[in-house]
Design a protein around this ligand. Structure first.
Ligand SMILES: Nc1ncnc2c1ncn2[C@@H]1O[C@H](COP(=O)(O)OP(=O)(O)OP(=O)(O)O)[C@@H](O)[C@H]1O
Ligand SMILES: [Mg+2]
Length: 468
């Protein structure tokens, strides 16, 4: 089964993959790696027990900017699983204006359907390409219509008509010549008129009343159905662009939509990951004595959340989704409220608690140098595209890490996000000067450069409040 093959990384391998992007946070990495592997174990297990095995949902607890969201996002990528991140504080209790919690499952299903469709399109790419080539040729050199008398089962010998035959032959030869040209990319700029299915209307997003959405009815789709058929339009495009449009259309036709939806539903139910951010914001503040309106609403959201996390069915426009085996990862800082302030039933549904640590100066140094997508590497790549090579000395990076830790301590601890503000301030002058004043060469960012750009800001508390 395809589902299984995709996620056969062992826990150790999963952690090793996460290590490429996230520094530290060992415990959190271990927990998510186990959770991911468990789903594979479950799918491999005896069908009788399989239904009984429920995922161990995880609650990640830690201050802002230490990698909670990043871990979940990388995990989903690794798993090739449908993944959605939602903010708990955005939801409202059923019956109130706002998004109801079931919408996260509907959105997740949409994501899965798209994901499977893209994969299927990828698989039929070659077939689609050859169909598109013929289509473009048909437009450039319309095939001659064979006269009915000339088309005979035995072809040329019987009723052979030299006039039409030569037409056909000529046509065929011209087509072959053009086919060559097409392949050599000689006709890319030539304009052709193609028929476009205008089924995507990205400019118009129709919002239905909440009830409709709840029933899994999408107003836009309904409107779409009404106008189906009359939605072909003609467009004149250069072949290079027309090919892209036609490719997508043909690939769409080649894939089995029913199968795509079925596969997507399977994946959501068995592999889906829902990341609920800011779950602490819907917990009742234990220190608050008054039971205001907000309190009631927060509890309401938790109650609505419960059946979904516990396992229930949600109607989506693609079909019914059982949420029993979806993995939920809750996350929050839990500064004000504590996990024990969540309603007891919900606490029980997030049995695994992992704490993420605050990041240290040493962590910052590693974050700046080790991950594949480290900020320093991002800036280097950007400036490299302008022909300017930037090198950071180790001293400089140590200094940046130290400043980040200092500012976090003095102003506010925003974790690794501090590195973004500091690096952009540090490099502001350079980013502005390229390419007008500096168009090539090598720039060395050393300790002195960091001092020069940042030391005043760091010393001046008032300024660093605003800038760093
Ligand atoms: N341990 C880490 N290793 C590498 N990069 C990190 C780490 N922690 C945070 N980052 C980087 O910092 C940024 C913010 O991290 P992330 O979104 O994971 O924060 P968070 O813990 O979810 O915070 P919040 O509670 O505010 O949602 C991201 O760009 C991420 O790449
Ligand atoms: Mg986050």
């Amino acid at each position: 089964m395809k589902l299984i093959e995709q996620q056969n990384l062992t826990p150790r391998q999963i952690v090793a993959e996460l290590d490429k992007y996230i520094i530290g946070q060992k415990e959190a990495k271990r927990s998510v790696s186990i959770a991911l592997r468990n789903r594979w174990r479950r799918l491999k297990s005896d069908p009788e027990i399989r239904e009984e095995i429920i995922p161990n949902n995880i609650l990640m607890i830690g201050p802002t900017g230490v990698g909670k969201t990043e871990i979940a996002r990388r995990l989903a990528k690794l798993a090739g699983a449908p993944f959605i991140k939602v903010e708990a504080s955005k939801f409202t209790e059923v019956g109130y204006v706002g998004r109801d919690v079931e919408s996260m499952i509907r959105d997740l299903t949409d994501i899965a359907v798209n994901m499977v469709r893209l994969e299927m399109q990828e698989r039929v790419k070659e077939r689609a390409a050859s169909i598109v080539e013929e289509k473009i040729l048909d437009i450039l050199i319309p095939p001659v219509r064979k006269k009915p008398s000339a088309v005979n089962t035995s072809g040329r010998e019987v009723g052979f008509n030299p006039d039409t035959a030569s037409d056909e032959e000529l046509n065929e030869r011209t087509r072959e010549r053009f086919r060559e040209k097409l392949k050599n990319g000689e006709l890319e700029d030539r304009k052709i008129e193609i028929e476009v299915d205008s089924k995507k209307t990205p400019m118009m997003q129709v919002f239905g009343p909440q009830g409709m959405e709840e029933m899994g009815v999408n107003l836009q789709d309904m409107l779409g159905n009404l106008t189906r058929g009359s939605r072909k339009s003609k467009r004149t495009l250069p072949i290079s662009e027309a090919r892209e449009v036609l490719l997508e259309q043909e690939a769409e036709k080649l894939i089995d939509h029913e199968a795509a939806v079925q596969e997507a539903l399977e994946r959501v139910q068995n592999q889906g990951i829902v990341f609920i951010d800011e779950i602490d914001k819907v917990a009742s503040d234990s220190s608050a004595t008054s039971k205001g309106g907000g309190e009631v609403s927060r509890q309401g959201v938790q109650r609505d959340l419960l059946p979904i996390v516990e396992g229930s069915t949600v109607n989506t426009k693609h079909g019914i989704v059982k949420t029993d085996h979806i993995l939920f990862i809750g996350s929050g800082a839990f500064h004000v409220s504590k996990p024990s302030d969540l309603i007891p039933e919900l606490q029980g549904r997030f049995p695994i608690r992992v704490e993420l640590n605050s990041l240290t100066e040493e962590d910052f140094f590693n974050i700046l140098t080790q991950p594949k997508n480290a900020l320093t590497k991002q800036y280097q790549a950007m400036l490299e595209s302008e022909g300017v090579k930037v090198e950071f000395t180790e001293d400089a990076i140590r200094e940046i890490a130290k400043i980040a830790a200092d500012v976090n301590r003095q102003v506010e601890n925003i974790g690794a996000r501090r590195l973004h503000t500091i690096l952009s301030t540090l490099l502001e002058e350079l980013l502005f000067a390229v390419p007008d004043d500096i168009s090539s060469g090598e720039i060395n960012i050393d300790n002195a450069y960091v001092e020069k750009q940042l030391s005043d800001l760091v010393k001046n508390k008032d300024l660093s409040h605003y800038i760093l």
